[in-house]
Design a protein around this ligand. Structure first.
Ligand SMILES: *[C@@H]1O[C@H](CO)[C@@H](O)[C@H](O)[C@H]1NC(C)=O
Ligand SMILES: *[C@@H]1O[C@H](CO)[C@@H](O)[C@H](O)[C@H]1NC(C)=O
Length: 509
């Protein structure tokens, strides 16, 4: 089982000693606990966390993901909810967890009884019964984002207080800390980091929140996205997003900034200092990363350059100009690509993973900094058959082509086709149609009839991928294999055999 950190050798050693010295089970357990703790401690050294989102049509089994986390030495995970399958897979692993209270539950938490119930069902239960190592509760996710903050202004603070009270009542107040992952736009950026304050429309509320977090020994959590700065500001100097350059810098009094990350981080430090005696408050970077598709700047080379640069930067423990020599705590965004995410922010939104949808690393990345091991792919992933759906340009009736493409894309993911996307320069119009058809076919688990498109689609067994433009084969999931052709064929054969058996048995009676 995944939760035994003791290696086989450790076990053999323990077992043989037990035989020799007749050591009882208690001793055996203590020795095992020692190994588990020792190994986890070495993992925790220097380790950064990763966000594990689940907005995808086909999710790897949580146990497969947890095994992948352990293989890669990822010992801190941030979730966006308290999904029971995910939390159960994290049981007894010692992986440190931040569970999330989704924004749509914040309102309910203004009722103390509901807050107590949520803490009981989503936190205490997993900690007590299943040994999930929950360290933080995130109340809402970017609840004060400029466009969305109105609805949360009045309810966020009472919800935060009620969750804290519920944790205290459950005697978890010391062990589990509340925090609120804030979007970067809670800060009114000055022309320099030192001139930053919290945004005017939420200034009082932020003052209240920060005071409360500070009182309870809780960290301030902020999401930092130099990619978004670059995406939304045509004048943003590209090089300033990265960590390996010295040509673009910002001088701010006694401090000089050579990358946007340090500047953003110190803007928060300045905003905290401006809000009261909070200059040295603990800060967690709740999300940081770089997407690989869906925009001209979202590509493998930039993503690797940014993420590895960031990880090297924090592993050197240089801190930032305002907080030198600090071990910065962060959660990479994100573990996987998520094909059900809204693309309102842009086509890149579904492509933040350091792993692809199926647990293959997208590029070499060492989470421990410069000389660490590179990411390793998930083991034991099962795929659907190597069948692709493509457009047949020789079909007689071509009238429904445009509608078919629109339909296919509306029910699957075509974000790689757009400007700047990984398939944009590789495919012609026919290729676009094929890509759309295949996306739909895979989303439908290669179901019979899902490559029809009024006769315009055909199933092929030769991979149509070209260059970095990948025509996917979807993974098998518990839901998908119930519908896959192979599975239904087996089901069908089984029922026929069963049927024949029953008939034969009746005849012999
Ligand atoms: C936020 O609001 C601005 C201006 O009202 C709008 O242009 C932008 O698309 C909105 N962003 C999101 C993510 O809704
Ligand atoms: C393929 O589709 C994308 C997205 O709709 C479009 O931007 C692109 O121009 C298309 N390519 C061709 C050759 O039609």
């Amino acid at each position: 089982m995944s939760h035994f950190s003791c290696s086989v050798l450790d076990f053999c050693e323990i077992y043989s000693r037990m035989r020799l010295n007749r050591i009882n089970l208690g001793w055996l357990l203590s020795i095992c606990v020692f190994f588990v703790v020792r190994i986890s401690f070495t993992q925790l050294c220097n380790a950064q966390g990763v966000n594990w989102g689940t907005q995808a049509s086909h999710l790897l089994p949580p146990n497969t993901v947890v095994e992948m986390l352990r293989t890669n030495g990822i010992s801190k995970i941030k979730l966006f909810d308290a999904n029971s399958r995910v939390l159960n897979a994290l049981a007894n692993t010692n992986i440190e967890v931040m569970v999330g209270l989704p924004n749509d539950l914040v309102l309910a938490m203004t009722d103390p009884a509901q807050a107590a119930a949520w803490v009981r069902d989503s936190v205490s239960r997993y900690m007590h019964l299943n040994g999930v190592n929950i360290k933080y509760v995130a109340v809402g996710n970017e609840p004060l984002l400029k466009n969305a903050s109105g609805s949360n202004m009045k309810i966020l603070y009472p919800a935060l207080v009620n969750i804290q009270n519920a944790l205290n009542a459950a005697k978890l107040g010391d062990q589990v800390k509340v925090t609120i992952p804030m979007s970067a736009d809670v800060i009114q950026a000055g022309s320099r980091p030192s001139g930053s304050t919290f945004r005017m429309d939420i200034l009082n509320l932020m003052g209240q929140i920060v005071a409360f977090l500070s009182q309870n020994g809780s960290p301030f959590t902020i999401n930092i996205y130099p990619f978004i700065s670059l995406y939304s500001d045509p004048h943003f100097p590209v090089e300033y997003a990265f960590f390996d350059q010295a040509s673009v810098f910002v001088i701010d009094g006694m401090y000089t900034y050579y990358n946007a990350f340090d500047a953003n981080y110190d803007s928060l430090v300045a905003a905290l200092a401006a809000a009261g005696p909070y200059e040295s408050m603990d800060i967690i970077v709740g999300e940081i990363g770089w997407p690989t598709d869906g925009d001209v700047n979202a590509n493998l080379a930039y993503a690797r350059r940014f993420n590895q640069g960031l990880l090297n930067h924090v592993s050197r423990r240089v801190g930032t100009p305002r907080r030198p020599n600090l071990m910065i705590q962060l959660y990479m965004f994100s573990l996987f690509d998520e094909d059900l995410k809204s693309i309102a922010p842009g086509n890149f939104e579904r492509h933040w993973g350091i792993f692809k949808y199926d647990g293959r690393p997208k590029y070499s990345l060492s989470l421990k900094g410069a000389n660490g091991a590179s990411l390793v792919q998930a083991a034991g992933v099962s795929y659907m058959p190597r069948h692709w759906c493509v457009y047949n340009s020789k079909a007689n009736d071509q009238t429904s082509l445009a509608d078919s493409i629109t339909y296919a894309c509306s029910l699957s993911d075509c974000t790689s086709l757009g400007y700047g996307g990984s398939c944009n320069t590789y495919l012609d119009a026919d290729g676009n149609a094929s890509y759309a058809f295949n996306s739909y076919f895979q989303r439908q688990n290669q179901m019979l009839g899902s490559c029809d498109f009024n006769g315009l689609g055909q199933v092929v067994m030769v991979d149509p991928s070209v260059g970095i433009c990948e025509f996917m084969i979807q993974i098998q999931t518990p839901n998908s294999d119930a519908e896959s052709p192979a599975r239904s064929r087996i089901m069908c054969l089984t029922s026929i055999l069963l049927c024949i058996t029953i008939i034969l048995m009746q005849r012999t009676h």
